[in-house]
Design a protein around this ligand. Structure first.
Ligand SMILES: C[S@@+](CC[C@H](N)C(=O)[O-])C[C@H]1O[C@@H](n2cnc3c(N)ncnc32)[C@H](O)[C@@H]1O
Length: 260
């Protein structure tokens, strides 16, 4: 599938209740961290950190923190260096951020004020990452996120936990309902709202199925991503994009950029 369709996602709507958004992000964090979906990108993160002025990752659009959580420990194990990770989001999910902070004994911190990925405050200078969220941005916004990092000469890594295939859409529609039925009681932090809006009024599974399907349709392919970077007039900054295979056969689309 090469074309990009930018349909609406519930989680992007400003009137969409935070309670449902947070429950959906908790599911995403659970799924991503259980499968260790981002493990194959550790070498790419190492490459970015090597080009960063400090061993610091500023994760943008963190949602429930699912993307970066497993990676922090892998990075420390493989580099034998401490790596500071800070979670941030335009709609910060504080209970989930607190949980990640607690589970990592404070190795992952968070910013409790909203941080907009299209306008990152100048004092946040760490290497930037965006996991499974870049497809939320229309091309102009997407370009300005990449351009901002390039102009400030900080490395940036864009990672999407899917490869943009029809199989993934089928999986979102067929497997998500079953998975929700089984895993909901085990999701953390525990919320009564999750039980209510899964088993009695199934808004969480339905909205997640819709958003999951639309996310695949919205994904930028590696070619789209490189095309976006063509209009960023910054010298001595390099870009690379591609797909990496996870042990389950799933693919991860990535774009990395850093000063040279
Ligand atoms: C699909 S979720 C992210 C998933 C998360 N990174 C993960 O790996 O589990 C997308 C997130 O992007 C956030 N978001 C949307 N627009 C944003 C913006 N302009 N700046 C920062 N965050 C934004 C949403 O609040 C949501 O939490």
């Amino acid at each position: 599938m090469t074309k990009r369709y930018h349909l609406f996602e519930f989680e992007d709507l400003s009137w969409f209740p935070d309670l449902l958004r947070q429950n959906m992000m908790d599911f995403l964090r659970f799924a991503i961290s259980k499968l260790g979906i981002y493990e194959p990108i550790v070498p790419l993160l190492q490459e970015l950190l090597a080009r960063s002025s400090q061993p610091e990752i500023l994760d943008l659009c963190s949602g429930g923190g699912g993307g970066i959580k497993g990676l922090q420990q892998l990075l420390v194990n493989q580099t034998q260096q401490s790596v500071t990770v800070t979670l941030s989001d335009k709609f910060p999910n504080i209970p989930a951020f607190e949980l990640v902070k607690k589970e990592t004994s404070g190795a992952i911190k968070y910013i409790s004020q909203p941080v907009d990925a299209t306008n990152v405050p100048a004092d946040l200078t760490g290497c930037r990452t965006i996991f499974s969220a870049f497809h939320h941005f229309q091309p102009d916004m997407a370009r300005s996120i990449l351009g901002d990092a390039a102009r400030k000469r900080v490395p940036i890594g864009i990672f999407e936990g899917a490869g943009k295939s029809y199989f993934e859409i089928l999986a979102a529609l067929l497997f998500f309902p079953l998975v929700f039925l089984v895993i909901t009681p085990f999701l953390r932090p525990f919320r009564w709202s999750r039980i209510f809006f899964t088993y009695l009024v199934p808004l969480i599974p339905l909205c997640t199925m819709w958003d999951g399907t639309v996310s695949i349709l919205r994904l930028y392919t590696p070619q789209h991503l490189l095309q976006l970077t063509k209009d960023i007039p910054v010298d001595n900054y390099t870009w690379r994009a591609g797909k990496i295979k996870h042990k389950t056969g799933l693919k991860i689309i990535y774009l990395i950029g850093y000063p040279v």
